[in-house]
Design a protein around this ligand. Structure first.
Ligand code: ADP
Ligand code: MG
Length: 385
């Protein structure tokens, strides 16, 4: 069961002897399709999931932020005056957001509260972006800042880039900020235009964590980015977003074979992502599933960022009768796959695929059936019986 508004209000009550003034939540996410397209200024299609970071809070009169992390069982605090980066674990995400909001000219109010979440950490579901967006929402609530989802996502991305030091794109924060319940969010990573896109009726999205992580991700990721830049430069465009498969094929002679395949993934993946959004609008789950399958193949063969564990997980997922399509999701080399399944068969899917994967690989998987939820929200923190 996911956490609820009441769970957080109750936890605050336990710590402070009163109901919170505000409860905020910001969800984790999974990307349905559109992989390695973000830094090519292309399209992604993630959804916010029913696992989130939550904060119950009340304003303070001084310029201090004091937080109890239920999951880490740690009480920490910082002053809004003279913020300095340090190595203070989870608190750095809150400090980073405070810093970036201050830099942007917002006058912030201090607050105290409880922080808890059920987004698995480091599993590729972006618990860090959820924590940043929850923090931004908390500051917006107590400091009476109007909530502009795109602006707040950009500022939180800046916190992660510049304070925490992780070079992520805009997808994670933007979907955690701007998603609509029951919908995935088509994001144009160039314009940041977003379009809520309904999930087909009667389907469920399942995240399949392979239980594997790869240390090589960073260097391989940078190498892929480099290859994309080279391809774009050779083709005389600003980013691979501007290249169709036909244009690319016509220019094949000017690219070395590896760079060509990298660029082909990006061009076809952008086209698949746009087509996937159209298929969703028609409620065509079969076509959506096929596009996810094709995305995996392209990531495996052209972009070469899959792994044996991911390939095996995807194969086993597809072998289940409830599955419409499956693919690796995230940067690759390990981490999670995502599957679109018939909602009525989701439970059996999880019961079957998890053990089969464990049997085949010896790795410990984790499978999550996800609902598409609303992006970051704030509500008055009353306990409802
Ligand atoms: P992910 O892929 O989940 O985003 P990251 O390494 O980027 O993984 O972020 C994980 C970090 O975010 C954790 O180490 C912790 O500092 C913070 N975090 C995530 N969830 C929580 C939580 N429930 N409570 C406190 N901090 C959290
Ligand atoms: Mg993260």
């Amino acid at each position: 069961m996911s956490l609820t508004w009441n769970d957080i209000a109750r936890e605050f009550l336990r710590c402070f002897g009163q109901e919170p003034v505000w409860v905020v939540r910001a969800p984790g996410r999974v990307n349905l399709i559109g992989e390695h397209t973000d830094y090519n200024e292309g399209f992604v299609l993630p959804l916010a999931i029913d696992r989130a970071i939550w904060i119950g809070l009340r304003p303070r009169q001084d310029r201090t932020v004091a937080v109890y992390s239920v999951d880490f069982q740690q009480q920490k605090e910082f002053s809004l005056e003279g913020l300095q980066p340090s190595q203070d674990g989870w608190l750095e995400y809150l400090k980073g957001v405070a810093w970036v909001l201050g830099e942007a000219g917002y006058r912030l109010t201090g607050w105290e509260g409880v922080l808890m979440g059920d987004v698995p950490q480091g599993a590729g579901l972006s618990s860090s972006a959820a924590l940043e967006m929850a923090t931004a929402r908390a500051f917006a609530a107590v400091s009476e800042i109007a909530w502009d989802p795109v602006r707040m996502a950009l500022l939180s991305q800046k916190a992660e880039n510049q304070w925490v030091g992780v070079q992520c794109g805009i997808m994670d924060q933007l979907v955690s900020s701007a998603a609509q319940a029951g919908h995935a969010l088509l994001i144009d990573c160039r314009s940041l235009h977003t379009k809520p896109t309904p999930l087909p009726e009667g389907t469920a999205v399942v995240v399949l964590d392979t239980g594997t992580r790869r240390g090589l991700v960073d260097s391989a990721y940078n190498q892929r980015r480099q290859q994309c830049e080279t391809a774009a430069k050779t083709l005389g465009v600003r980013a691979l977003r501007d290249v169709t498969l036909q244009q690319l094929e016509a220019a094949a002679g000017r690219l070395d074979p590896v760079t060509f395949r990298r660029a082909r993934h990006v061009a076809t993946e952008n086209a698949r992502t746009l087509e996937a959004a159209e298929a969703m609008r028609r409620g065509d789950k079969h076509r959506l599933g096929q596009l996810m399958d094709a995305s995996h193949q392209s990531l495996r063969d052209d972009y070469e960022v899959s792994s044996e564990a991911l390939n095996r997980m995807v194969e086993l997922a597809r072998a289940h009768p409830a599955c419409y399509g499956a693919r690796m999701t995230g940067a690759g080399f390990g981490g999670c796959a995502v599957a679109l399944v018939d909602a009525a068969g989701a439970e059996d899917f999880v019961r079957t695929v998890g053990p089969a994967y464990q049997q085949a690989t010896g790795h410990q998987p984790a499978l999550y059936v996800c609902r598409a939820t609303q992006g970051a929200e704030a509500r008055p923190g009353r306990l409802i019986d």
